[in-house]
Design a protein around this ligand. Structure first.
Ligand code: ADP
Ligand code: MN
Ligand code: MN
Ligand code: MN
Length: 338
C-alpha cells in the first residue's frame, strides 16, 4: 500500500472564463488508482462562485485520471462539478457534450508567457522587433532564455501524464507558443486540454511567469491567440461527400451566433479579417484558406470530402468542453441521409 496524492481538478463558476481549481486528497492504494477507485469528493462552492454561503457544498465526480510525474505518488484527477443531488451543476459544460466515442477533436492551444504583465522577451518599455522571425524561430533574440525550458518541461510532464500532445511550436508573436492535443471520444481531448492548461500554469509558478490566455493581449500588429478546433465524426471520416459537407457548412452558418457565443470572450478583437482570421460577423469556408472561419484541408477534398475540418474561430480562452459540445450539437442537426 502507498499513500497517493490525488489532485482533484475542476472548473469554477467565474464568467466569462472559468478558472481551473485543485485540491489534494490523500488515499491509500496498492497501485496507481483507476477511475473507478476514486471517490466522489466535495468543496466549498461559495468560494468559487458555484454556491451561496448558506448551502455551499458541491460535489466533485472524477471523470479522467492521469499520473503526475512532478509529485511522488502524484495523481491528477479531472472532475465534473455536481449539485448535492448528483445532477450536473449549471457551470458543468462537460455534462452538455453528447457522448460519441467516434468523435475526434484536435485542439491547437496558443498562449503567451508573461512576466510582470509583459510577454516574455519584451523589453521593459516599448516593443521588440516586429513579427517575422519568431514563428518556429530559434536563438536568444527570437525566443529568449527561459521560454524553451518551460515549454519543454511542460511537454514532458504532459507526456508523462499520458496526455496526447501532437506537437509544440513557437508562435508568430514574441513570447507566444502553441501546443496541440488530439483525442478520440467527444470529451477526451477537452479533458486533456484542461489538465495541460493546469500543468502549464502550475509549472510557471517556479519561474515567476504567468500565462496570458486572452485572445488579443497586444493591440496593433501582433497576432492574437486562438484555439483552432479540428473535428471529425465517423460519418465525416468514412462517408462524407460534397453534398453532406455543404449541408454541414449550412448548419454551421445558421448557428454562427451560437458558436461564437462559446468560442471565447473578446473574440471580436481577434477575428478581424487580419492575421489569418475571418471577421467575427462572417461565416466562410475555404480550401486550405487560413482567412476563412472553417479551413477545409486539401486532403479532405482529395479524399472525396472525407476527413476532418478546422474551425479557426475558437480562441485561446475558449472552454474546450463548450466548444466540443456546440460543434457536436450542430453536426447532430444535419441529416446523414442522402
Ligand atoms: P495547422 O497549424 O496547420 O492548423 P496543426 O498540425 O497545428 O495544423 O493541427 C492540426 C490538428 O488536426 C491536430 O491537432 C490534429 O490532431 C488534428 N486532426 C488530425 N486529424 C484529425 C481528425 N481526423 N479528426 C479531428 N482532428 C484531427
Ligand atoms: Mn497549429
Ligand atoms: Mn498556431
Ligand atoms: Mn490550425
Amino acid at each position: 500500500m502507498a499513500k497517493y496524492k490525488l489532485e482533484y481538478l475542476w472548473l469554477d463558476g467565474y464568467t466569462p472564463v472559468a478558472n481551473i481549481r485543485g485540491k489534494t486528497k490523500i488515499e491509500e492504494y496498492d497501485s496507481f488508482p483507476t477511475l473507478e477507485q476514486l471517490p466522489v469528493w466535495g468543496f466549498d462552492g461559495s468560494s468559487t462562485r458555484q454556491a451561496e454561503g448558506h448551502s455551499s457544498d458541491c460535489l466533485l465526480k472524477p471523470v479522467a485520471v492521469y499520473p503526475d510525474s512532478t509529485r511522488r505518488n502524484g495523481v491528477l484527477v479531472m472532475c465534473e462539478v455536481l449539485l448535492p443531488d448528483g445532477t450536473p451543476h449549471p457551470t458543468n459544460t462537460r455534462a452538455t457534450i453528447m457522448d460519441d466515442p467516434d468523435a475526434w477533436f484536435g485542439f491547437e492551444q496558443e498562449y503567451f508567457l508573461t512576466e510582470n504583465g509583459r510577454p516574455l522577451g519584451f523589453p521593459a518599455e516599448g516593443y521588440p522587433e516586429p513579427q517575422g522571425e519568431y514563428y518556429t524561430g530559434v536563438g536568444y533574440k527570437n525566443v529568449g532564455s527561459i521560454a524553451r525550458e518551460i515549454v519543454e518541461r511542460h511537454l514532458d510532464i504532459c507526456l508523462d501524464a499520458g496526455i496526447n500532445h501532437e506537437g509544440i511550436n513557437a508562435e508568430v508573436a514574441k513570447g507566444q507558443w502553441e501546443f496541440q492535443i488530439f483525442g478520440k471520444g467527444s470529451a477526451k481531448a477537452a479533458d486533456q486540454m484542461w489538465v495541460a492548461r493546469y500543468i502549464l500554469m502550475r509549472l510557471c509558478e517556479e519561474y515567476g511567469v504567468d500565462i496570458e490566455w486572452h485572445c488579443k493581449p497586444l493591440r496593433g500588429d501582433w497576432n492574437g491567440s486562438g484555439m483552432h478546433s479540428n473535428f471529425s465524426t465517423k460519418h465525416m471520416r468514412e462517408v462524407g461527400g460534397k453534398e453532406y459537407f455543404e449541408k454541414l457548412m449550412h448548419a454551421f452558418e445558421k448557428n454562427m451566433d451560437e458558436h461564437i457565443a462559446v468560442y471565447g470572450p473578446d473574440n471580436h478583437l481577434r477575428l478581424t479579417g487580419l492575421h489569418e482570421t475571418q471577421s467575427i460577423d462572417k461565416f466562410t469556408y475555404g480550401i486550405a484558406d487560413r482567412g476563412s472561419s472553417i479551413r477545409v484541408p486539401h486532403a479532405f477534398v482529395k479524399a472525396g470530402y472525407k476527413g476532418y475540418l478546422e474551425d479557426r474561430r475558437p480562441n485561446s480562452q475558449g472552454d474546450p468542453y463548450a466548444i466540443a459540445s456546440r460543434i457536436l450539437k450542430t453536426i447532430s442537426e444535419v441529416s446523414t441521409e442522402v
